[in-house]
Design a protein around this ligand. Structure first.
Ligand SMILES: [Zn+2]
Length: 525
């Protein structure tokens, strides 16, 4: 008998963390940071709903911060066991966790200055660089499809999940007392799409007792595309943007998305399909991660360039220093500027947007999902004016979007992956997705002949007893935050209101009308 608990990414997509208890041993699969609205992020500050020092080891599926970002907090609170992961994941984490710690520390410093002005006690960062460094010492790398034994009689092997460099699904097996049979559980981790540069499509064994599967895009189907088609769409955008005479600014995640773009742009440049340009990758993390990709170049799929040329085009500038980054501000046209964050809500990209968004010959090209409340969301929603670093900027640049740079399997691909893993003797747990996505996926699975009785949608902090092919809920721990707040909280409503008001005041005929608008609002209050 074993116990499976869901301590994150249940009914939401961040904070991935599951606990498996087998006899006296207990271990976690992932320990991710909660991301999104302020209410969700507050979970990062709260105590773990379990004893960190009582965890024997950890199985990590991949390096994304929503799966790995609370590892240093776990170490801070007494965890000292091995953290098992793939070799590429370990290399990525050596930069990503330190970067995350720096963000924690600088955010806390900023909040503390505000708290000090209000006479409030200072807060402690969730963790520091010191905790991140201690975490890195615990990383224990493994190859794909090779068994290892992290605990007594517990065996684990990783399968390629096709989601990002080093990403894996984790197969866990152990003797199931008292029957003496072996229990086999598969944790999908995040699954990649069929068409993804660098990585083959996800793979794993069949015939499990239990599967825990992500369902991020359970209710979304993407248009079919090929890597060549996507590259051609990028070419059209870049040619159009550069021909207009301004810069093309691309907000992109530092990990994987930046390297996909560099690869595609490198291919287009090598083929002579782009006008002469300089390509800036302005993110110290993206630069470091690009070096990790170069180290693992031999294991990358679908690479169109010679290994020695990959990411090394003479027109590429991988920027590290702040001074070098500031120098880009003087370039008013003809450059491609890739910078993080991907949703433009933090990081150096905000400076590049500030410098270009008011120029009518510039282009801001978005290549990923923009979460409500982020700067990227407001820009792509067609706001005529945006606020960056407490100043207003007119949106005169061409705002463009390019789809299909997704790292996630869509609905059809999730269904295929699950059906290819059948039969499932016990239960299929759908996690890492909101309720609409999980329900839609469950409905389509039963249409394909998957027994709906076997599908479970765990709630946050819900605990299950896995016995004789069944999963009995033992209930939930007391709520850490109200379930309704997981998806949207009042801070999002507030940000939208402020943006709408700013826009309305800007568009007003004259100051008299502006005063009328403000008077009406005050009266309503
Ligand atoms: Zn991920």
């Amino acid at each position: 008998m074993a116990t499976l608990s869901f301590y994150g990414a249940a009914g939401t997509v961040t904070g991935s963390c599951s606990m498996l208890e087998v006899g006296e041993q207990r271990f976690l699969v992932d320990c991710g940071m909660f991301q999104g609205n302020k209410t969700i992020r507050a979970l990062n500050e709260k105590d773990f709903p379990f004893e960190a020092a009582g965890i024997d080891f950890l199985i990590l599926t991949h390096a994304h911060i929503d799966h790995s970002g609370l590892l240093p907090k776990l170490v801070k609170h007494g965890f000292s066991g091995p953290i098992h992961c793939t070799a590429a994941t370990a290399d990525l984490l050596s930069f990503m966790l330190l970067d995350s710690a720096k963000i924690q520390q600088s955010n806390t410093e900023r909040w503390n200055r505000r708290r000090q002005r209000k006479g409030e006690e200072p807060l402690e960062p969730v963790y520091t660089e010191e905790h991140a460094r201690r975490t890195l010492e615990l990383l224990t790398p493994h190859g794909y499809e090779t068994w290892f034994e992290p605990g007594a009689d517990i065996q684990v092997r990783y399968w390629n999940a096709g989601h990002m460099l080093g990403s894996a699904s984790a197969e866990v097996k152990f003797p199931d007392d008292p029957s003496g049979n072996t229990m086999r559980i598969l944790f999908s981790g995040d699954l990649g799409p069929e068409e993804k540069v660098f990585h083959p499509e996800p793979d794993a064994e069949t015939g499990f007792d239990y599967i825990v599967c992500e369902s991020t895009y359970g209710d979304r189907e993407r248009d079919d595309y090929t890597l060549e088609k996507r590259r051609d769409n990028l070419r059209k955008e870049l040619v159009r943007g550069l021909s207009a005479g301004g810069n093309v600014v691309i907000p992109a995640f530092a990990v994987e998305r930046s390297q996909e773009l560099l690869h595609d742009i490198g291919v287009l440049l090598a083929r002579g399909e782009l006008p002469e340009t300089t390509v800036f990758l302005d993110s110290p993390l993206a630069k470091a991660v690009t070096e990790v990709f170069i180290k693992h170049a031999g294991s990358l799929d679908d690479v169109e360039l010679d290994e020695s040329q990959l990411f090394r085009d003479p027109r590429f500038r991988l920027v590290q220093d702040v001074e070098e980054s500031k120098a880009i501000n003087r370039i008013t046209g003809g450059a491609i500027i890739i910078s993080a964050s991907g949703m433009a809500d933090a990081g150096r990209i905000q400076h590049h947007i500030k410098n270009n968004i008011w120029r009518s010959n510039a282009t801001i090209l978005f290549v990923g999902y923009q979460a409500p409340g982020t700067l990227g969301y407001y820009i792509t929603s067609g706001e005529p004016m945006v606020r960056i670093h407490s100043k207003e900027y007119l949106v005169r640049a061409e705002i463009r979007r390019l789809g299909n740079y997704s790292a996630h399997a869509d609905q059809g691909e999730l269904l295929d992956w699950i059906m290819e893993r059948t039969p499932v003797a016990g239960r299929l747990f759908l996690n890492h997705g909101d309720d609409d996505a999980r329900e839609e996926l469950a409905r389509l699975l039963s249409e394909r002949g998957f027994d709906p009785e076997k599908i479970v949608m765990p709630r946050m902090d819900e605990i299950f007893e896995l016995v004789a092919g069944d999963a009995k809920s033992k209930g939930r721990l007391p709520e850490r935050i109200p379930q309704a707040e997981l998806l949207s909280d009042w801070n999002n409503d507030y940000a939208a209101l402020v943006a709408a008001l700013t826009q309305r005041l800007y568009e007003a005929e004259d100051d008299a009308e502006r005063r009328r608008i403000i008077a009406t609002l005050r009266a309503a209050l």
